[in-house]
Ligand binder design. Structure first.
Ligand code: AMP
Ligand code: GLY
Length: 421
């Protein structure tokens, strides 16, 4: 099978890494990829969707996999499908589950799927009077895509009011803030669950936990995610069953009723409150860094899973996972998440200990290659992944790998997976 992966992050690298070890995969392409993906396949410098269709046809691509949300929300899947190409991801209509938080919340309410109480509005007056009725903290969300920055957890009524005014005026997020959601704050623990869907059926992957804050003990600003591990013991069989029955099944059925069948990755951000799973949000793609710990846990070839999901054939697939744990620690650049950092050369020491070498790997994200030297280009640079028979073993191995990776200004959390240990 010849496969094209759209995207350039650690998520796409980890999908490519799994596919590069997959017997069924022949050629692998990344559009545009990053400075390390060219070691797994070939990077192609095309971003225009119609030109990508041309590339896929000329090169007889059997399957295209879309990593990030922006091309999905912009409708890349519909463009490929209208040319008869097989592509894994939701169409534009279904991608609204991530593209518009108002659409998502109204969908959840319409199909009685558990979520936080909320109002949606584009009127500051209405928002401010609802805020008066809530206890702090108060959650304010911009409707559209904001690169993970559109959620404010306000600690006071004044802070919530201020967030609403800045969103609605366009000052914070431009058009993406022209509607807002105000919702109740849920107090519990957070999980990331991923269902691979084919429009009718789904396969639920082991639950993961992300670490969104920059610093240890979940302090500091929100980030895209500083580390993840899976499976998490915080999800047990009963919780998986509740998520399937109360969230995923009604979502797939509801999206069919909305004439927007969901194919692709349904990423459910869950808050577990008193043992009950409540939907915080949907995303329509893999989480990053969650993907980096889930891919190495797949025993079933990834090409088969994604191809069958893309062609509506999941009922013919029995998926198996490794009986192991994976822990991924993000190493970020000095100024992340505030501003860019100057490029810094990456040096990875040779790993002499066989047990570490065999049970760890790096997923590269914010990197470029010049004259065969890899440079950190800022943001989240790479993820050190450790595998093991226990979370502790996987974590220790991941951190040993962190010690082998060097670049100026590198920083990482030292407590990834703490909630499970
Ligand atoms: P989102 O972009 O919707 O995932 O929100 C970003 C983060 O804000 C989530 O991962 C949660 O940590 C937090 N969050 C969002 N909504 C709520 C809520 N209703 N109650 C508590 N925390 C929330
Ligand atoms: N790690 C969370 C996300 O990708 O949105």
């Amino acid at each position: 099978m010849d496969i094209l992966i759209i995207g350039s992050g650690g998520r796409e690298y980890s999908i490519g890494l799994a596919l590069s070890k997959d017997q069924a995969v022949n050629k692998l392409y990344f559009a545009p990829g990053n400075g390390a993906t060219d070691a797994l396949g070939k990077n192609i410098d095309i971003t225009d969707y119609q030109q990508l269709v041309g590339f896929a046809k000329q090169n007889s691509i059997d399957l295209t996999i879309v990593g990030p949300e922006t091309p999905l929300v912009e409708g890349v899947v519909d463009i490929f499908q209208s040319d008869g190409l097989v592509i894994f991801g939701p169409g534009k209509a279904a991608a609204r589950l991530e593209g518009s938080k108002v659409y998502m919340k109204n969908f959840l309410a319409k199909y009685s799927i558990p979520t936080a109480q909320y109002i949606q509005t584009s009127s500051a007056k209405e928002a401010l009077s609802f805020i008066q009725t809530l206890k702090t903290p108060i959650v304010v969300k911009a409707d559209g895509l904001c690169a993970g920055k559109g959620v404010i957890i306000a600690q006071s009524i004044d802070e919530a009011n201020d967030a609403v005014v800045k969103m609605l005026s366009g000052e914070s997020f431009g058009d993406a803030g022209s509607k807002v959601i105000i919702e109740e704050y849920l107090d519990g623990y957070e999980l990331s669950m991923f269902a691979i869907c084919d429009g009718k059926d789904f396969i639920l992957l082991p639950a993961a936990q992300d670490h969104k804050r920059l610093k240890n003990n979940d302090e500091g600003p929100n980030t895209g995610g500083m580390g993840a591990y899976a499976p998490t013991p915080l999800a047990h069989d009963e919780l998986y069953e509740k998520v399937k029955k109360r969230i995923i099944r009604p979502t797939l059925d509801g999206m069919n009723q909305e004439k927007a069948p969901f194919r692709g990755v349904l990423f459910i951000g869950i808050m577990v409150v008193e043992n009950e799973p409540i939907t915080l949000e949907f995303n329509v793609r893999f989480g990053d860094p969650e993907c980096e710990v889930l891919m190495p846990l797949m025993k079933t070839p990834a090409s088969e899973l994604f191809y069958k999901a893309a062609t509506g054939d999941l009922h013919n697939l029995h998926v198996e996972f490794e009986d192991k744990y994976a822990v991924g620690v993000v190493i970020a650049s000095a100024n992340y998440p505030y501003s860019t950092s100057i490029p810094a050369e990456i040096v990875v020491d040779k790993i002499v200990h066989k047990e570490i070498a065999d049970n760890t790997h790096i997923s590269y994200a914010g990197v470029k290659k010049e004259d065969d030297i890899l440079y950190a280009t800022g943001g989240r640079v790479l993820v050190c992944v450790g595998m093991g028979a226990s979370i502790k073993e996987a974590k220790d191995r991941a951190y040993m790998l962190c010690g082998q990776v060097h670049f100026a200004g590198k920083k990482f959390r030292t407590d990834i997976a703490y909630q499970a240990l």
